[in-house]
Write a protein that binds this ligand. Structure first.
Ligand SMILES: Nc1nc2c(ncn2[C@@H]2O[C@H](COP(=O)(O)OP(=O)(O)OP(=O)(O)O)[C@@H](O)[C@H]2O)c(=O)[nH]1
Ligand SMILES: [Mg+2]
Length: 442
């Protein structure tokens, strides 16, 4: 029996396609000895050969394409069977009902992949990439999930290889040091592990950039009425979403749109111009801006280049969020004193290059989107990477006279962080968290 450490066991089944009328529906099964279990309804074809079979149960006779992947050469590492049947949701439910009578219960979300992990078919990083591959909604997310679907990136194996001898030596030194005369040379350790420390820091930076490509950037356009927010919003969105007029106070509701711009996945929010107003509708609009400012990753404070100074009332609104405010000078085609301290743009002429540059620098730093491919990018991964980098800083900065017990515990800590990253450390709560994001049948 495979080690399912705490997870539910026994054969499972699930629709791998949504329960809606469609040409084909796929039902997936995984477990031990599926051929024997299914013998009353179908004779399975030879391994890995798609063959048409008649599935017979309870008076139903369904012609299906059947695939059989005997253990261990399957997605989960157990026997896997796939039925491709007519895409009728009722038919699929009847089939699942019948499978339940054969002792094959409905799978939980992500349970197939969880079994693949426990059987060593995929590591946790690979499993997360599969989840992201299914859930991706932008080209960049798709490419990133594909780049990560091979599992742990090569630097993880290199890190383990570099750490392993030091973990062993430190343990030997703590256990037998005195009697056997085994010492731990912390100067040599620092020199040996310094390249690894640098790799962690580079990966940490790359992950910080990749995170934005994964999650998208929530950008609020704010400013005085007529600053050109809606015009810039439409230009960034590549569509005429927001109404533009020469009347100040045109935009009232928050308008949002997802856009891929300058290679960045943006979630853009156009807002009402910030000013004191007696108009109750406009006041409501301004109140909504406040909520969006708090949730934004970036606030573009649009100030027409012709304005001698930013509007103090707008500045007061934005002051609590200073760290995420980027001032942008708009309507540059209309003239004004040059402002070297802010990107200057003109939505009218389409000259937006300075803004693109500012956004890339702010969120990606020195990394291009391509260079972010394969980087760790989920919150779980980034948190572990941050801890690893901190641990490596401590290890390589130890005073040579530090007791070996301290070095040993730091080494052990770094080792277990790597194990948590790849899923070798099978803490159930961490696994539950990862797999709760899966869909059924995956
Ligand atoms: N020449 C020029 N005109 C612009 C530019 N951007 C906006 N405008 C004009 O400025 C006026 C106001 O533009 P909007 O985009 O509606 O400004 P807003 O900040 O959304 O205004 P409110 O919704 O009222 O707060 C319109 O007449 C636009 O055509 C620009 O880059 N160049
Ligand atoms: Mg507007």
């Amino acid at each position: 029996m495979p080690d399912l450490s705490g997870a539910r066991t026994g054969p499972i089944c699930a629709p791998a396609t949504p329960l809606v009328p469609a040409a084909v529906a796929v039902v997936r099964l995984s477990g031990d000895s599926l051929a024997e279990r299914l013998v009353s309804m179908v004779a399975l074809p030879p391994p890995r050969m798609a063959q048409v079979r008649t599935l017979a149960w309870d008076g139903f006779r369904e012609r299906a394409l059947v695939l059989h992947f005997p253990a261990p050469h399957s997605y989960t590492g157990e026997d896997v069977v796939e039925f491709q049947v007519h895409g009728n949701p009722l038919l699929v439910r009847r089939l699942l009902d019948h499978l339940a009578t054969l002792g094959i219960r409905g799978a939980e979300p992500g349970e197939f992949t969880r079994r693949a992990l426990l059987n060593g078919k995929v590591d946790l990083l690979g499993a997360e990439a599969l989840r992201d591959l299914v859930g991706a909604t932008t080209d960049a997310q798709l490419r990133q999930a594909q780049a990560r679907s091979g599992g742990a990136p090569p630097w993880v194996a290199r890190a383990k290889a570099a750490l392993a001898p030091w973990v062993a030596r430190a343990e030997a030194c703590v256990d037998y040091g005195e009697e056997e005369g085994i010492g731990l040379d912390l100067t040599a350790l620092a020199a040996d592990l310094d390249p690894l420390r640098r790799v962690f820091h580079v990966e940490q930076e790359r992950a910080a950039a990749a995170r934005w490509l994964r999650d998208g950037i929530r950008v609020v356009l704010a400013g005085r009425p007529n600053a050109g927010k809606s015009t810039l919003f439409n230009a960034l969105a590549g569509q005429d979403r927001a109404i533009v007029t020469e009347h100040p106070g045109t935009t009232r509701d928050v308008i949002d749109v997802a856009a891929q711009w300058a290679d960045l996945p943006l979630h853009l929010l156009d807002t009402a111009g910030l000013r004191e107003s007696q108009d109750p509708v406009e006041r409501l609009g301004v109140a909504r801006v406040g909520e969006e400012l708090a949730r934004a990753d970036l606030i573009l404070h649009l100030v027409p280049l012709a304005d001698a100074a930013p509007d103090p009332a707008v500045e007061a609104h934005l002051a609590p969020y200073a760290a995420k405010v980027l001032r942008v000078r708009t309507q540059a085609d209309l003239g004004g004193a040059p402002d070297p301290g802010a990107p200057c743009v003109s939505a009218a002429t389409g000259d937006l290059a300075a803004l693109a540059e500012a956004l890339r620098t702010r969120f990606l730093g020195a990394w291009s989107p391509d260079a972010c491919l394969g980087a760790l990018d989920t919150r779980r991964q980034r948190e572990l990477l941050d801890e690893l980098a901190a641990q490596a800083d401590l290890l390589t900065g130890l005073d040579p006279a530090t007791p070996p017990e301290i070095a040993a515990s730091l080494l052990q800590g770094a080792w277990s962080l790597l194990a948590r990253l790849t899923g070798e450390d099978r803490a159930e709560t961490a696994l539950d968290q990862v797999f709760s994001g899966f869909c059924l049948g995956k």
